[in-house]
Design a binder for this molecule. Structure first.
Ligand code: FMN
Length: 345
């Protein structure tokens, strides 16, 4: 397990335990990321395809965080993480971004080991002080990445997680300890960060007990004021309960919109909806797409439930996200509760 002092060197503004917002594409913008960093966590900005928009987000964050940056050993470093969905992303453009903004963490997800290695090496050249974190969903993939990329942390994404992840996955309850043992057997000391299903201090304390050195939350932050999501999406999150029933993992949530570019390793967890039910009940994807198109363009389009016409990414913990809160309050309350439960100061 990484000690607090090892985070202190790389992320000096962090308070124990390390709490991180997932770099949710389109949802985790500078507003959410700066609020989490200000509360003593690691705020992260999610992947965007549009480099202009992303640069503006990073500029905004840099402006907002000037006071914290002035206290860092390297005042040029942006006290945030930046998420990259690696497959299909243009390496050169991203390297310009890393060299310009020098985020404290580069969060790499969704690619094979060799591609991750190329990205890790390129980021280290473009911004040598940026820590490399790689998100993975299996023991095998985690070991491969630890050996090939030598990341500063491995993020272990369990199958409860909202959004995209490994189709063949396990929950963090077995993924984290088995990976911790496997890493140790290889004489590696890579810190592990747990993601997937963590909603409160109980789960956070459990994740630390399992061998994680920090915790990531995505779904919990969908209830944050600073999350960039439409109100109808947030309302659907607040109304959902019993996440094992109300969410599902499937590739249909990408396939419904046309050709699915996601590698077959991955599917995604969303709120269950009409097109998911049709697909799992045996309708082929063309029929399901035709239904959705007719429904959205038909006279009753306005009466359709947003859940049935969109892929609303959410994890199994969705039933515990019921109220609108400031991101900073989420970080502080989970931190205090986790500390009380683990009796660590
Ligand atoms: C709305 C949403 C969007 C997400 N987008 C991304 C993304 O762009 N990149 C990524 O690596 N993970 C993404 N994830 C997955 C998270 O990184 C993380 O693994 C997950 O949120 C953790 O599980 P939890 O949602 O139960 O907290 C997303 C998750 C959600 C809920």
């Amino acid at each position: 397990m990484a000690t607090f002092s090892s985070w202190e060197n790389r992320l000096p503004w962090i308070q124990y335990p390390l709490i991180v917002n997932a770099p949710m594409s389109g949802v985790a913008t500078s507003q959410l990321a700066t609020a989490v960093t200000r509360a003593g966590g690691l705020g992260q900005i999610g992947h965007l395809d549009d480099m202009c928009v992303l640069s503006k987000e990073l500029d905004r964050a840099r402006n907002d965080l000037q006071d914290i940056m002035a206290t860092l050993p390297d005042p040029d470093q942006l006290p945030l993480g930046l998420g990259v969905i690696v497959f299909g992303s243009p390496l050169e453009s991203w390297m310009r971004l890393f060299a310009t903004y020098k985020p404290a963490v580069a969060w790499l997800s969704f690619a094979g080991t060799m591609e991750m290695k190329t990205w890790a090496e390129s980021i280290r050249r473009a911004s040598p002080k940026t820590s490399i974190w790689v998100q993975l969903g299996s023991v095998h993939a985690a070991l491969d990445a630890a050996q090939a990329c030598r990341p500063e942390a491995l993020v272990l994404q369990g199958s409860d997680a909202g959004g995209h992840g490994h189709q063949a996955g396990a929950s963090i309850i077995s993924l984290v300890p088995e990976t911790a043992d496997a890493i140790q057997k290889q004489w590696l000391t890579t810190p592990l960060i747990a993601a997937g299903g963590i909603m409160d201090g109980r789960a956070a304390a459990a994740a630390l007990t399992l061998g994680a050195s920090g915790l990531v939350m995505g779904t919990r932050f969908l209830g944050a004021v600073e999350a960039h999501i439409p109100q109808i999406y947030r309302d659907a999150i607040f109304s959902a309960s019993d996440g094992g029933q109300s969410t599902a993992r499937s590739r249909v949530f990408d396939e419904i919109w046309g050709p699915n570019f996601w590698p077959t390793t991955y599917d995604g967890r969303c709120l269950r909806n009409r097109f998911y039910e049709m697909y799992t009940n045996g309708k082929d994807i063309k029929t399901v797409r035709a239904w959705l198109s007719a429904a959205m363009n038909g006279p009753e389009a306005g009466d359709l439930d947003v859940q049935d016409t969109g892929s609303l990414w959410a994890g199994t913990g969705v039933g515990m996200v019921n109220v609108l809160e400031n991101a900073g309050d989420i970080v502080r309350s989970i931190r205090d509760d986790t500390k009380a439960r683990t009796r660590i100061n």
